[in-house]
Design a protein around this ligand. Sequence first.
Ligand code: UTP
Length: 465
Amino acid sequence: MQPSIESLRTKYDEAGQGHVFRFWDTLDDAGRRALAAQAEAIDLAELRRVHQSTRSLAAPGSRRLEPAAVETLPEYGGSAERRARAKRRGEDVLRAGRVAVMVVAGGQGTRLGFDGPKGLFPLGPVTGRTLFQLQAQKIRGARRRYGAAIPWYVMTSPATDAPTRAYFAGERWFGLPERDVFFFRQSMAPALDFEGRLLLETPSRIAESPNGHGGAFQALADSGALDDMARRGITTISYYQVDNPLIQLADPVFVGLHDEARAEMSAKVVRKIDPMEKVGVVARVGDRLGIVEYTEIDDEHRFQKDAAGQLVYWAGSIAIHVLEVEFARRIARDPERHLPYHASAKKIPCIAADGSPLRPAEPNGHKLERFLFDALPAAERVALLEVAREDEYAPVKNAEGGDSPATARCALDDVVRRWLDAARISAPADAWVEVDHARLDGEDDARAGTLRADDVGLVLAPRTK
Ligand code: UTP
């Protein structure tokens, strides 16, 4: 039975959120129904807890840290032999059809300011291929290499779902079988002002945003994606974010290392450029591995160097993980316990008390997000693999400057140039280069110099600037 609007309003009044119904008398029936349904779905007690916890976040330095054990790159003392062994093992796991890839693409991409989901951003330096097209090429390449379906689980949010699905359909799933692409949608979380009061986006709508990539666990479970994986015999998920065009999805070395360690969740790391770089570091926190955000590490640990003058906490997380399906199921059963909401101060468009629209120039409230990496301490075993940043990580975050389309495009061009150099193929310095990743024999091999320009559809275009 629908609770009456009176009891709903009373509940909101008692929670200090009665202003949400400020415009009730002016709303038409559809507006009232929409607002009531949205308000009904919000857990006010949970919201209060979240707001209180955002004000009492662990102070920097309050936790005991130890560096984590990482399988480092051979040039930093790691074993090339162990990597080769992991690769063989990972190839077996991939050939056995046990691996799915999963991308989180529910974010609003506010910093990039692109009109549409980020996955539709054109990034190929020569062809203008979009991020999704580049990723689909890589999946097609992996399917061919391992003779396995490697299904693609695409997380969207109410903010990105419809345009993403329409794009995939319009592109005929990029040549992948439609049955091997599974969309699932994360939930939204309400936004709060700095006093913990809900913000209104319109007179009939509470301001909300996607509930963070950590919303993936529940979305995977609720959508039936985990059951779908189980039905297909998938045990292991290769996870990445939509905005990294260098992603090596279903990387056999990473999958193999994870499998060999019988890990539940694993992470790739890169060496931090400098102590102030804004990436979280993987470290031992108490008796568990976790990711300590750059905002939360104290200066003593941040700047600590070893006898050789190297940063002790150098292992920067790049949001590339491998997860066991059963682990994801376990986390999804109790998200409140494993995935606390984080509040980040943002400029949130809303309406003022008189109903006039506000487009704040400064942050006016908190968006609430769960982070996928908060699940790491719940994993019984974790494998950590160091990779070279220039090979695997160049995110598209900002419209200009660092981590922008311009830097990511150059990084993609550089990767291909290194493959060409290793294979002694020359390309004019004043050209952009691009290959068809579906035709590649694996990035490891390309790095080792096996690339053949004709086989991988090398294309060039002059650089205009
Ligand atoms: P970011 O945290 O960089 O956020 O997401 P964003 O939405 O892309 O960009 P800004 O912060 O608004 O500028 C990292 C990855 O996590 C996904 C994004 O789509 C991206 O792949 N993500 C983020 C989600 O899938 N859902 C979310 O709620 C948040």
